[in-house]
Design a protein around this ligand. Structure first.
Ligand code: GLY
Length: 387
């Protein structure tokens, strides 16, 4: 395994190193200026170019990403104002524990970029307790029949029955379980994470490296009963953010568990993803969407780039180039065509899309910014791993 500094020094050329440093500086300038105007808000998107505030809908799964971006800024600058602002989201999320809202499978998205980052960087004991509580509740979602983590709650209705649903996104929530096992020396969290990852390997990842978004299991027998296209174009299609969650998620499961099969699965998803990158370098919402409308999702680029860079650290020397160059291609396309570094818009990354069939497309989404910053900072050698 190489450190990110070694990857930067040994496997990037001078021009790419300089580009990455310039881009990192532009991100820092932008977040430095915008964060002064955000105060205690928890942004998800923008309205007329200004960040909105989701702190009054604290159960929203995206309410950890702003804090994650601020912790990244803290690791880059050691400026305590980022630490103080990041802790506002962390404290606000306590309402989820108190009122038992938002306690679905997205515990990793909510508490890794908030409480666990705080604990890792400052040793804050209250943050450690929050992280362990979140991990314990997530572990409680494990469905022994079928060996998967159930995504959401709710009794079946005539319109919707999601009782046995697992989703590819959950691969990104597993790291809070690996962290909890390391922290407590209790193997149960890790075993649940690995059982879920093993299930995803066969039930979600197709032989060609593309992934299902949603798999429905019978929660009593564990049988795989259906697939659902979810936020992608259709059943059996290839929602690009789902591919990115799977790619990065399997690299992370390899990093935290050491199980080689996860690295191989990550490579299979990566090969499929790389083969589908369009000439422009801009990623559609679904690799199998029709030619029109040709919606884009920049978040998929940013998330996949993080996974590809981590993958480049963990493969033999002769293979690093493939993953690193694919990430650089994606990130250069974002930087060149899809990023706003001035203050005309609070967000950096443009043209993000939540779901193919939503009414709204190609807007700002906070995790576009946080994963973009994470990927660029990785390229410049920042080893802080949120996940
Ligand atoms: N985890 C939900 C999404 O990626 O939109």
């Amino acid at each position: 395994m190489l450190s990110l500094k070694e990857l930067n020094q040994q496997f990037m050329n001078q021009a790419d190193r300089e580009w990455a440093s310039r881009t990192a500086a532009a991100i820092k300038n932008k977040v430095s200026a915008v964060s002064l105007t955000v105060g205690s808000a928890i942004p998800y998107s923008t309205v007329n170019g200004r960040f909105d505030d989701w702190s009054d809908r604290i159960e929203w799964w995206c309410n950890g990403f702003w804090s994650g971006l601020l912790w990244l800024m803290y690791t880059e600058t050691r400026d305590e104002r980022y630490l103080e602002q990041a802790r506002i989201s962390e404290a606000a999320l306590d309402a989820c524990f108190r009122d038992f809202v938002g306690m679905d499978h997205d515990a990793g998205f909510r508490w890794l970029p908030t409480a666990v980052s705080d604990y890792r960087l400052t040793g804050n004991e209250a943050s450690r307790r929050r992280g362990l509580l979140a991990a314990t509740i997530l572990a409680g979602r494990y469905n022994p029949a079928g060996e998967f983590i159930r995504a959401w709650d709710g009794l079946p209705t005539a319109e919707r029955n999601n009782v046995g649903w697992g989703i590819i996104d959950c691969m990104m929530n597993l790291p809070i379980l690996y962290w909890a096992s390391e922290e407590t020396q209790d193997p149960r969290f890790r075993e649940i994470a690995m059982k879920h990852a093993d299930t995803v390997s066969w039930a979600f990842v197709r032989p060609d490296g593309s992934c299902e978004h949603i798999v429905e299991f019978d929660p009593f027998s564990g049988e795989k009963v259906a697939i659902h296209g979810g936020q992608g174009y259709a059943d059996g299609s290839s929602w690009t953010r789902g591919q990115a969650w799977g790619l990065y998620g399997f690299v992370l499961s390899y990093i935290h568990s050491g199980k080689e099969a996860y690295l191989d699965t990550a490579k299979r998803i990566a090969h499929y993803f790389i083969a589908n990158i369009p000439e422009s370098g801009h990623i559609p919402v679904d690799f199998r969407q029709p030619a029109e409308p040709d919606w884009e999702d920049s978040t998929a680029s940013a998330i996949a780039s993080c996974g590809l860079i981590e993958l480049a650290r963990h493969v033999p020397d002769g293979e690093r180039h493939l993953y690193l160059q694919a990430a650089i291609k994606l990130l250069k396309a974002l930087d060149r065509d899809r990023c706003c570094y001035d203050l005309s818009n609070d967000a950096i990354v443009q043209k993000c899309t939540a779901a193919y069939h939503d009414k709204e497309h190609e807007f700002n989404i906070i995790y576009g910014d946080s994963y973009y910053a994470e990927a660029i900072f990785k390229l410049t050698g920042n080893d802080f791993l949120i996940w």
